[in-house]
Every structure is written in C-alpha cells, then in structure tokens.
Design a protein around this ligand. Structure first.
Ligand code: SF4
Length: 329
C-alpha cells in the first residue's frame, strides 16, 4: 500500500526532495530514495512501503534490547523492507538491503494482533523503522490509547523536525550508535555521526531511550573510542542504559568476533561513569543483570532473554535502600 509521504518538497522538472532523513535524497520521476521505500511518483513523494512488513514475530523485549522498559514482557515485532544505512555487517541484510515479499498489515490489524497476543508493545525493528514514519504514527494513534506501547529500534538517522513530530507517539527507543568516528560512519554506513548524536540528545528529552554500541574489531573497539562514547552518553544522561554488544561476522564483514577481554574492559570503563551498562551477545555472569546504582542490590536478574525482578518494589524502588530506580514498569 502507498500513501503520500510527509516531509518532502517539489523541485524543478518533476523532481522531489525527501526531507525525512539527513540523506535529503533528490529523486527524479519514478526513482526511489536510498531507503528504497520512498519514491517519486508523478511528482509526489510516496511512502510505497506503508504497512508492508517483511516479518512479524513475538519477541522478548530484552531481545530488542530494551532492559529498562516493561522488563519481562513480550512485544510484537514488525519491519519495513528497506533501510537508509548500508552497514557492511548488517545481520538482517536480506530484508534491509534487498527486495523481499512483504505482507500488508493495516494499522488496525497490527494493533488487533498485538492485543490478541497480549503484547506489551509493538516494536518497529529489524531493519530501519523510521523510514516507516507515517505508518508508525498511524499505528500509535490506534494502539497507545489501548495500552499498546510503541517501540522504535533504530539507527537514529532522521531529521530533527520529523523526529519532533514522531517522539510524542513513541514510548521507548533503542538507538544504535555505530562509531564515534565521523569518517568511519560515513564510510561504513553512508550516514553522518553528528545527526545520530543529535537524535540521541533530542530523544532523551522526550522518551525512554537506551543505546546499543556494537563493538567491531578494527572499526570501533579501541579504549579511546569507548571513552569517547562513554563521555558522550554521560553528557546526555548517565542513567541511559548502554548495551555494549559483541559483533559476529555477517554480510560483507568477516573480521573475527570481538574478544571477550575487550568487551569486559569496555564494560569496566563504562561502569566508571554510567549507571547501567550491559554486555550483549556474550553470556557473562553479571553483565546482563541490573544492580542498584546506589547500594548495588540485584534489581533484575537476566539469563539470555529471560528476566526476573529480584529487588524492585511495585512502585519502582530498590527493595534494599529505597532509591528510585530507572525503569518504566
Ligand atoms: S528517508 Fe529515504 S528517501 Fe528520504 S532522505 Fe532518507 S533515504 Fe532518502
């Protein structure tokens, strides 16, 4: 299904310019943008992938990863067929970088499925969901009044104005930060670091956010880069959960997986300044658990994608010292 897109302007000779993300694609008639689902049709920008999903699945919310938002719940995951980045290590490249069959789900039907499955929320995920801008807002208008949370698992590559319009409809985000080096960003993703940092700052003021940093050997795993990352997160809010995730070879990237020692070292560096740090994709005792930043009481114990509340009271406080802890329950 297609609808007219938001955030674009007409140019000369039937061309249009999309203004949703910082690529600002200029599109000749008939052509699609980098994300492949926003296209110039008869001099208008059309969101051709509206509601067309490549996937539909129930996932533990911890898998997104979102550790501080409704822990222990399941969410319904859907994904558009496209992406505005071209990361060489993409784990979902089959659906992000190539055209595959999709299924159309109206916003009503998607919410109905989420309610039927008792999902705590709908996660727009797997590929880059913010290119589904119009669809996400339509789903949110139906789902949120019925108690279904809206979650965006995103690369954060969006312009400030559309983000401002989107944020009131979003309950939680995990934003993928891929490097602290602008050159590496440009070379490996096709995007600009500064725009993603701005998205993080803007989103943190309006909604619950967590950050994922996939540590890739040769690309972003030096101690210097980790310190830069930690300083940035601290400057926004030291209570933002940071997920340091282990890389495995995928798609076009074949350097060996991140060494556990490097991940643990990064974890220890991050813990010096941030309240909530986790290691993902590598089962290490403790590195997935949440501890009270005040008294170190075990708040949530996690194994794989399962979690159990151990030390949180019903009103969101540490059961040992009574400190208010940072969860949306
Ligand atoms: S959303 Fe798609 S079409 Fe629009 S500027 Fe970004 S990549 Fe280009």
């Amino acid at each position: 299904m297609s609808v007219e897109a938001k955030f674009w302007k007409p140019l000369e000779n039937g061309e249009v310019q999309c203004e949703l993300c910082p690529h600002f694609c200029r599109l000749k008639p008939g052509k699609a943008g980098i994300c492949r689902i926003r296209r110039n049709i008869n001099g208008k920008l059309i969101a051709t992938g509206y509601g067309e999903t490549t996937s539909i699945a129930m996932d533990p919310i911890e898998k997104k990863p979102l550790f501080h938002f409704k822990p222990g719940n399941y969410v319904l995951s859907v994904a558009p067929n496209g992406c505005n980045f071209h990361c060489d290590w993409c784990q979902n490249w089959e659906i992000s970088q190539s055209k595959v069959p999709t299924q159309h789900l109206t916003s009503d039907l998607l919410v109905t499925i989420a309610l039927r499955e008792r999902a705590a929320g709908i996660a727009f995920t797997y590929t880059e969901p913010l290119i589904w801008f119009e669809y996400i807002i339509d789903v949110a208008k139906i789902g949120r009044p019925k108690g279904v949370s809206m979650l965006a698992i995103t690369n954060g590559y969006i312009e400030p104005e559309p983000l401002d319009e989107l944020l009131p409809h979003i309950d939680a985000m995990n934003i993928d930060l891929k490097s602290m080096n602008p050159e590496a960003y440009r070379k490996f993703t096709g995007g600009k670091l500064e725009s993603v940092l701005e998205t993080i700052k803007q989103s943190a003021k309006k909604t619950h956010i967590e950050i994922t940093f996939l540590m890739i050997p040769t690309l972003n795993d030096t101690e210097k880069e980790i310190r830069k990352l930690v300083d940035f997160v601290e400057s926004v809010n030291p209570k933002i959960p940071l997920h340091l995730s282990r890389y495995y070879p995928s798609y076009k990237f074949n350097v060996p997986p991140t060494s556990p020692e490097i991940l643990i070292n990064a974890y220890n560096i991050a813990k010096e300044k941030l309240s909530y740090v986790y290691i993902g994709n590598l089962p290490i005792h403790d590195a997935e658990n949440t501890y009270c930043p005040e008294c170190n009481n075990l708040l949530i114990e996690r194994r794989g994608f399962t979690s159990a509340a151990r030390g949180i009271t019903d009103d969101g406080k540490c059961s040992k010292c009574g400190a208010k802890v940072d969860f949306v329950l």
